[in-house]
Every structure is written in C-alpha cells, then in structure tokens.
Design a binder for this molecule. Structure first.
Ligand code: 13P
Ligand code: SF4
Length: 329
C-alpha cells in the first residue's frame, strides 16, 4: 500500500479527473469484498450506494452478521467503533475519523465511572452513542429503537443509571413510569429544534403529523404524533394514512422517507436559529462520496479498539443484541 496523508483524519489524495465516483466505489467494493453501511443521516448519494442503510441498532446487527472482509461505516465514530468491537477480525474503515458525536462527547468515561461509583447498587444502561470506554462501564447498551423495551425488561424496583442523553432518558422515564437516574448529556442537533417553528408549521399544515426523535427536548416531544428512532419514524411514515409529515430529526432521513413514500410530503423541522443548518448533523455530514472513494481505495482511516477495552465493551453490546433478538427487534 502506498503512503498516503491522513493527517487531517481522512485521506487527502486527489480524486482522478473524470471518474464516476459511484461506478468506482462499486468496483472497489466488489474487488475488496467490502461492504458499505450507511446511517439514515448520511447524504442521499452515500445512502444510495450503501449495501445497507439503517438506524444505529440495525447497523450493529448487520455488522455482526456480514461476511465482508472490510466494513466501511458511513456514520459517526461510535458506530464504527461498535462495528469493530463486534467484528475484531475485520477491517473497519470510516471516511472521516473526525465524524464524532456531541452526545457521546458529553459523557467522559472517567466522570461517568465516578458517577457510577457514587451510586452503588445501580444497573448501568448506556445509549449506543457513547465511546467504547463508557460502554465498558455499562451493563447493557440500548439504542433509541430498543431503549423502552430493554428498560421494561428490568424488574420495576431495579435502580438504573441511564446515560448520556437526558432527553431520551426523560422520555423513557415518562413512558415507563421509571425513575432512572440520568446523566446530563444531550445532542446539539436535536436540542436545537424550535417549538415555535414547529407550531408555525402545524398551523400552516394542520393535517400534518409531527414525527420526532426522542433526543429532542420534552416541549418538542409533547407536540409529536409519533416519537421514535429514525427506523421507527420511517416505518410510521410508510404505514400512516396521512400524507404530510413534519420531521423533527436530522434531515438525512428524508431521503429514505421520500424514496419509500414518493407521493407523500416531508417537511424538515427547522432549528431555532434558521440561519444555521443545525438540523443537519455536522459530524455525519463530514462523510462525502470523495472521502468514501479514497477510504476504499487506500483502506484508511481504520478504526482500532484496544483488545482489553473491546473485551469489556462487547459484553453490554452483545447483551443488547440478544435482548433485541428475543424481542423480535
Ligand atoms: P437512531 O438510533 O435512530 O439511529 O439515532 C442515532 C442518532 O445518532 C440520533 O441522533
Ligand atoms: Fe450524535 Fe446528534 Fe449527530 Fe446523532 S445527530 S450523531 S446524536 S451529534
């Protein structure tokens, strides 16, 4: 393999003039027995070329069962890390290693360990949007698709610490009647949605259903007809007899919604400050077709997880996958 510069966190080699990126990516994928996994928040071109498109749970489930030699995770760092932990013998690549997550960053492993120590006797449940080091401190990992059911699978008197998303945690507390102790973290994209602007849209489109991700704040969730993970919101839009939807999550999901429901109308909810495009996750959007092409070509940058850490972090992830399988999720 020739020397390439990845000092910026992605391969910065120039793209040859005149190549068709989609054609070349497909060729490299086949040649290297690689699979491309994309989250619903990726841009449309990446979703269209991926072998698998899904939410965080589906991406982990898919990674755990594929026989590809190389996985290219088009999503954010924790998704690549989860895939690497589940498939230690595979090469797991990401188009841009800078694609982090403000929610994962809001929970530092040392601080979280101290929080757990201060509350002996609590089970620790962590959202998948966390580092491997936080997962290693956890009893069971959840995603927004299975969080409610996994929490409900604990006995009602079990004391639970839930981290890092206070909004998802509050939402699960409200629908299950639990009183989980919450870590005070949040996602900068979902916290930006504006109640006023959603109310304005509802006035303009009174027949529209509001679909919201549980990472949004409570006053936004109160306005929603359906609260759920990206996969759950997509499923709801497909089966609903309504034709207009106000979508309160990262706007990448609209690509799959429009593809599956070409006759329905999807309106992305704007953030409070509409001069910024906060309803796009700036981390997710670091991935581009150009970076994806270079990643496949040079097999860089690669996600690595220290074995000792991976051995600890895999347990709560596998526990989540086992429970999800039993629940038919
Ligand atoms: P999903 O669990 O719906 O994939 O959400 C992941 C995420 O990062 C939401 O911001
Ligand atoms: Fe993280 Fe929020 Fe981006 Fe999801 S949308 S990856 S939670 S920063």
């Amino acid at each position: 393999m020739i020397d390439v510069n990845i000092s910026q966190g992605f391969v910065s080699a120039p793209i040859p003039d005149g190549i068709d990126l989609a054609v070349e990516i497909k060729r490299l994928k086949k040649e290297k027995n690689a699979a491309i996994l994309a989250h619903y928040y990726q841009n449309g071109a990446i979703q269209d070329i991926a072998d698998f498109v899904g939410d965080s749970l589906a991406l982990a489930q898919w990674a755990a069962q594929t026989d590809a030699d190389i996985l290219v995770m088009c999503g954010v760092h924790f998704m690549g890390e989860t895939a690497k932990i589940l498939c230690p013998d595979k090469k797991v690549l990401v188009p841009d290693i800078n694609a982090g997550c403000s929610l994962a960053d809001s929970c530092n492993a040392e601080d979280f360990a101290r929080f757990i120590e201060q509350h002996p006797g609590y089970k620790v449940v962590s959202y998948v949007n966390t580092s491997a080091a936080v997962k290693a401190l956890t009893d069971v990992v959840v995603t927004s698709t299975n969080a409610r059911q996994i929490i409900e699978s604990f006995s009602p008197d079990e004391k639970i610490i839930f981290g890092p998303d206070r909004n998802l945690g509050n939402y699960i507390n409200s629908v299950t009647g639990r009183n989980m102790l919450l870590w005070d973290g949040a996602c900068h994209v979902h916290e930006q949605f504006s109640v006023e602007k959603i109310v304005e849209l509802k006035k303009k489109y009174p027949e529209a259903e509001v679909l919201a991700h549980p990472e949004c704040k409570k006053p936004v969730l109160v306005l929603a007809d359906k609260v759920g993970s990206t996969a759950a919101l997509l499923k709801h839009a497909m089966k609903s007899d309504k034709n207009i939807f106000i979508v309160v999550t990262e706007s990448g999901i609209l690509h799959e919604m429009k593809k599956n429901c070409p006759d329905k109308t999807f309106i992305p909810a704007p953030p409070a400050d509409s001069t910024c495009a906060c309803n796009e996750c700036n981390y997710m959007r670091l991935n581009t077709m150009e970076k994806l092409y270079n990643t496949l070509l040079y097999e860089l940058p690669e996600i690595k997880v220290e074995k000792e850490l991976a051995d600890k972090a895999i347990r709560p992830i596998e526990r989540m996958l086992e429970i999800s399988k039993k629940l038919g999720l």
